[in-house]
Design a protein around this ligand. Sequence first.
Ligand code: SAM
Ligand code: SF4
Length: 328
Amino acid sequence: MQQLTDQYNRSHDYLRISLTDNCNLRCFYCMPDENYLFSPSYKLMQTQEIRQLAGIFVELGVKKIRLTGGEPLVRKDAPAILEALSELPVELTLTTNGTLVHRFINLMKDAGIGSVNISLDTLSPDKFLFITRRDEFRKVKNNIDLLLNRGFGVKINVVVMKGLNDAEIPDFIAWTKDLPVQIRFIEFMPFTGNRWSSNKVVTWQEIMHTAGQSYAFMPLTSMPNETAKTYRVNGYIGSFAVISTMSAPFCSSCNRMRLTADGKMKNCLFSKEETDLLAALRAGEPIVPLIERSVWNKQKELGGQFSADLAHVSAGSIQNRSMIAIGG
Ligand code: SAM
Ligand code: SF4
């Protein structure tokens, strides 16, 4: 089996494919503003193009594919994409805002998806409306229950922001008492147009401190390449985790590559450079050398754009897309 290795000897077997930069929510930390223009569909990878590019990555050693976006399930041809990718010998998974899961749950089962990441930043319907600018809290909550009832593994992504939802950390952890969910607290990251500032970041250390005031917990063993540091409250069924991209990045063991909805390969979430695989595919040019070169040129840490010294991160000088246009 071939391996995609970079100059720091990291091998890459995990691909995140964004299906669209469109979304039915408007989370302010992800999407620049209401006037954001979604890409027209002809600029996006079509079902067969996604299948072809994904197939090439699999031949190059990819073992896991995560579909993301934007909201992957707003794409009209999402069923066909799920079906096409389910033919590949990979672990197929999905990150979604959860609003449309009830319409897709059978398809997801049929496609062999075993676990899903759902984003939910608050347990308050009013705060949900403030963050996402849409009144969909109940639907998301119901769909989390539906997924659990249907036997899916469920991880809940919570972007923690100072003064907004950090007081809810203990309430989220309380959820793990009787439910087999994993709550993943994510440090707020800077992207184009998302009003990031270092003083809004709640760091891993601060999250642990807040959790420690309410609970006694133990660390769980992490999988290799795992981005989350995982813990379990003594006697609880579920677990919680912290994704400390900003204060303690996990770049040294990174195995991830990304494909944006318009077919550009990014070797890092924060990379400035992009490689246009879709244009090459449409022109009938070889794809493998482009992928290999992109991986080889991956920067050592955080796209080479900043360091984990939070006080010195200048969001304005980071050259990147907005999160919704990258694919989280
Ligand atoms: N629409 C889907 C969803 O919300 O789960 C998938 C795409 S979304 C961009 C993927 C993940 O990125 C979500 O969990 C979201 O909370 C996270 N995310 C978006 N902007 C972020 C930011 N600025 N910092 C940290 N995480 C962010
Ligand atoms: Fe949409 Fe997900 Fe971004 Fe929220 S985080 S705006 S749900 S893509």
